[in-house]
Design a protein around this ligand. Structure first.
Ligand code: S3P
Length: 437
């Protein structure tokens, strides 16, 4: 390939996916109207909107924003049909917490990727609270759940760091009589805690023997609110990596969420020697945001410690691709959870790098990438219905000697439909099918 053109300009990435799912669901549990600005209109979030509509909650687009007319805690209705969450683990797992607290029977389905992912991790605590699963002992979709309006509160210590497990239990706890407690040994993204407080729930967070204990009061009453969804730092990561790969680049990603439970990728970039700064820090809707300024930099390989994983769990594929351009070896540790994402991201990332001539190996739960040589490229990457694998490898291709191809770019629409358009606005020359962006 010829020398790539430097990337430049100011852009805003679409709304944060985690916050978008939560905004719709919490609004549905509130009384009165919630207006949401900056909602991510990716397939995952639209599936959550459709699920709420099927459960009798009016959710609609009004002008540039979204309006939800809440049904109150416990006020959703049994849907007539199966609910299809497509590719979305967050949508389905959080919704399980909601279903648990309603007297309803719901059959849940998803695409091939979601049907391979474990659901027992969320069902286990919810069953302790009173949820019934018709397919006893089954861990994968399709599943039929029976909720109850007599949910019991629990105290639950999450066995793996997962904001989805934590959030499902806290959402169910809103419906239970009494105090529900979730204890997490490693802090995970705290959007549920922040947003529940914003909607008026009684929620407290305390330290308990080095762990975080989150308590929510049941029989809760939430009130409709205005929500401003900041830009998604996990989507911004692809743009930041692109600017770091292409010489001469300088970009600004405006209004991006910089919640410390989500910024591990940016901390790692700084350790690699990247010129990355958070400008104009401010608050939007109870979350910290900033304009992220990224300038092309010479990078060095680093060791990324396991305790950082929860704060950058979705960014490892793109970090691994970026590591191919860093001097020396990058070793990312504690990645067991990557194996149960939209694909086995540990295996998919290592295979994609190898297909493009980048030395990469999986050592237990660690991924080791050798950088510093030119990236040969020319490989076809199997994306396994995983949007982040597709975007990570399209980013790898920006600096490779030969083009990098992905077998399926359509999945990008699940989290970042504007990927192609924004990359092109910055000056990247991606060649993607017309269906994307
Ligand atoms: C999410 C939590 C994470 C993350 C996912 C979004 C959330 O999953 O990977 O993209 O919104 O709570 P886990 O809870 O499985 O770690």
């Amino acid at each position: 390939m010829g020398k790539p053109r430097a990337l430049s300009g100011r852009v805003r990435v679409p709304g944060d996916k985690s916050i978008s799912h939560r905004a719709l669901m919490f609004a549905a549990l509130a009384t009165g109207r919630t207006n949401i600005w900056g909602l991510l209109e990716g397939e995952d979030v639209l599936n959550t909107a459709k699920a709420l509509q099927a459960m009798g909650c009016p959710v609609r687009k009004v002008g540039a924003g979204w309006e939800v007319l809440g049904r109150g805690v416990g006020g959703l209705a049994e849907p007539g049909l199966d609910i299809d969450f497509g590719n979305s683990g967050t949508g389905i797992r959080l919704m399980m917490g909601l279903i648990a607290g309603h007297d309803m029977r719901v059959r849940l389905v998803g695409d091939a990727s979601l049907s391979r992912r474990p659901m027992g991790r969320v069902l286990k605590p919810l069953m302790q609270m009173g949820l019934e699963v018709e397919e006893k002992g089954k861990d994968r979709l399709p599943l039929t759940l029976r909720g109850t309006s007599d949910l019991l509160p629990v105290e639950y210590a999450t066995p793996v760091p997962s904001a989805q497990i934590k959030s499902a239990v806290l959402l169910a706890g809103l419906h239970a009589a009494g105090t529900t407690t979730v204890v997490e040994a490693q802090p995970t993204r705290d959007h549920t805690e922040r947003m529940l407080r914003h909607f008026g729930a009684e929620i407290s967070v305390t330290e308990r023997n080095g762990a975080r204990a989150i308590q929510v009061q049941g029989d809760a009453e939430l009130e409709g609110r205005r929500i401003d969804v900041p830009g998604d730092p996990s989507s911004a990561a692809f743009l930041a990596a692109a600017a770091l790969i292409v010489p001469g680049s300088e970009i600004v990603i405006e209004g991006t969420l910089v919640n410390p439970t989500r910024t591990g990728f940016y901390v790692t970039l700084a350790e690699m020697g990247a010129d990355v700064a958070f400008h104009n820090p401010r608050e939007a809707g109870g979350e910290p945001v900033a304009d992220i300024v990224v300038r092309h930099s010479r990078l060095r390989g680093v060791r990324v410690p396991p305790e950082r994983a929860p704060s950058m769990i979705d960014e490892y594929p793109v970090l691994a691709c970026l590591a191919a351009y860093a001097e020396g070896e990058t070793r990312m540790e504690g990645l067991a959870e990557l194996k149960v994402k939209e694909s086995d991201r540990l295996a998919a990332t290592a295979a994609g790098l190898a297909a493009n001539g980048v030395p990469a190996k999986v050592e237990g739960d660690a991924l080791v990438v050798g950088g510093g040589k030119s990236v040969r490229g020319g490989g076809m990457v199997s994306t396994h219905l995983d949007h982040r694998i597709a975007m990570a490898f399209l980013t790898l291709g920006l600096g490779a000697d030969r083009p990098v191809s992905v077998d399926d770019a359509d999945t990008i629409a699940t989290s970042f439909p504007e990927f192609r358009g924004l990359m092109e606005r910055l000056g990247a020359t991606y060649s993607l099918p017309e269906t994307v962006g």
